[in-house]
Write a protein that binds this ligand. Structure first.
Ligand code: URP
Ligand code: ZN
Ligand code: ZN
Ligand code: ZN
Length: 465
């Protein structure tokens, strides 16, 4: 198959020019500026991108697809999840592989991988969750690294379930340093969360609006400080997932100033929602319960500045989809309470368009920063660059033809994620992924999924970014 994308305005993290792109098989083989007359190329399919941007395929470095969690399972499979991702222009997912404390790491990795291989329509990789550490763990990590997995994941939250002890955290960071792997971390002080939850529930404060007060910004900042201390002592490289507030970002800054290699991620709900969402009446607020919680609007404003300035390097989703009926309702008072609401928001579909609409279209970030935040920085951080994360000859033909003039509204009818609600319902959007290619395969055309389940592949990643 050859595919020719004509007349598009190519936008990467550092370039902006008009050119035609030739794709042969899975790879970009030619990029010619329009002034050259010799670029009349025979192609099986020609896509006219006049008046449109051509972006590198977007990369979501933090999603959950298969997730046994809080007494239930996240709703999406790679069937629904990868379609939803591609519809938004996301061509590569990095999923958190989250074994429980008593699960064998290699078996867990194979299980998580089996949910994606042969099913996913987009490319994928995993951050390997380390939920306990014993004498077999280094050898098991080595075997997983041999499969192209070059980052680990630790939870400082979810005590007794996914969370690690300090001994385990230290050993994990040591191995990461030795093998040149990035340690990604969910940073909240688990003991403080447990204390505050108990106090609130004992006081009869049961609704979803008490989720945020049970995990205040200081609890997150404490987790960040704790994790960075371990990075500093071991020399490992770290990546803090879903940073929700000013306090957490500021806790990392002194470590960075001292030379600790720590990068920060935020996620799209924190940029477009605020703590009032979890206060919605009739238990509606449960739809917006995630951890760390969505903060008040002053933090939202701070995060926009931090992504614009480069203090925060990536915008992911932390896609963690649970139905309202039967799942979020597990925490409905008066029989139950907010501590039983499965944490997470379905979001893998809408991250790029929300960042574009509320970032680029409003002038908060420019097109290059947009590409960096949704694609390039994750490709670099997690060892996929320049195969992914940019547009260049020899790279994977993961491309998004973006219509900047499209205007619309997110509704439950446009939802491809397999939940019974659309968290972003009613959000006005500017721009749309018209055509999306994943390694040369046209997967979205006119905003409609036309891809192929099973086309997606595990992306072998390099160490050390
Ligand atoms: O609320 C969240 N974030 N749910 C998914 C699990 C996690 O902590 O990333
Ligand atoms: Zn430019
Ligand atoms: Zn988390
Ligand atoms: Zn997560």
């Amino acid at each position: 198959m050859t595919l020719l994308i004509k007349n598009g305005r190519i936008i990467t993290a550092d370039q902006d020019y008009l050119a035609d792109i030739l794709v042969e098989g899975e790879t970009i083989t030619q990029i010619d500026t329009l002034i050259e007359p010799r670029n009349e190329i025979e192609a099986d399919e020609i896509i006219d991108a006049s008046g449109k941007y051509v972006f590198p395929g977007f990369i979501d470095p933090h999603v959950h697809i298969y997730l046994p969690f809080m007494g239930t399972y996240a709703k999406d499979t790679y069937d629904s999840g990868s379609r939803a991702a591609l519809l938004g222009g996301t061509t590569t997912l990095i999923e958190m592989c989250c074994p429980s404390r008593d699960e064998d790491l290699v078996e867990a990795y194979e299980l998580w991988k089996s949910k994606a291989v042969g099913i996913s329509a987009c490319d994928f990789s995993f951050h390997m969750g380390i939920s306990h550490f014993d004498e077999d763990t280094p050898e098991q990590i080595n075997r997983i690294v041999d499969d192209g997995i070059t980052s680990l994941k630790v939870f400082l939250a979810y005590k007794g379930a996914l969370g690690v002890t300090d001994d385990e955290l230290y050993q994990t960071c040591k191995v990461a340093k030795e093998l040149n792997l990035v340690v990604t971390a969910h940073c909240e002080n688990a003991d403080l969360v447990a204390q505050l939850q108990n106090e609130l529930v004992a006081a009869g404060k049961l609704g979803p609006e008490f989720h945020e007060p049970s995990r205040p910004v200081t609890v997150e900042a404490s987790g960040v400080h704790h994790f960075c201390t371990f990075l500093e002592m071991t020399g490992a490289s770290g990546y803090i997932v879903h940073t929700s507030c000013r306090d957490a970002v500021e806790a990392a800054m002194p470590f960075r100033a001292r030379g600790v290699d720590v990068q920060l991620e935020t996620v799209i709900p924190y940029l477009v929602m605020d703590s009032s969402y979890a206060e919605r009446p009739d238990f509606e607020g449960a739809k917006y319960v995630m951890s760390p919680p969505i903060r008040d609007v002053s933090h939202q404003r701070y995060l926009w500045d931090a992504i614009a300035s480069g203090t925060i390097s990536t915008v992911a989703t932390d896609h963690a989809p649970f139905d309202f009926a039967g799942q979020k309702e597990m925490g409905r008072p008066p029989e139950s309470d907010f501590t039983k609401i499965p944490n997470g928001i379905p979001s893998v579909q809408h991250r790029p368009v929300l960042l574009y609409s509320y970032g680029v279209a409003t002038g908060r970030i420019d097109l290059h920063r947009f590409v960096e935040l949704v694609s390039t920085a994750a490709a670099k951080q997690f060892g996929m660059f320049p195969r992914k994360g940019t547009i260049q000859i020899g790279g994977d033909a993961d491309l998004v033809v973006w219509d900047p003039t499209y205007k619309g509204t997110i509704t439950d009818d446009t939802r491809a994620m397999d939940t019974d609600y659309e968290a972003f319902e009613g959000f006005e959007i500017t721009g749309r992924a018209d055509v999306v290619t994943c390694r040369g395969q046209v997967s979205v055309r006119d905003g409609i999924f036309v891809g192929e389940l099973g086309h997606g592949q595990l992306v072998p990643r390099n160490r050390g970014g």
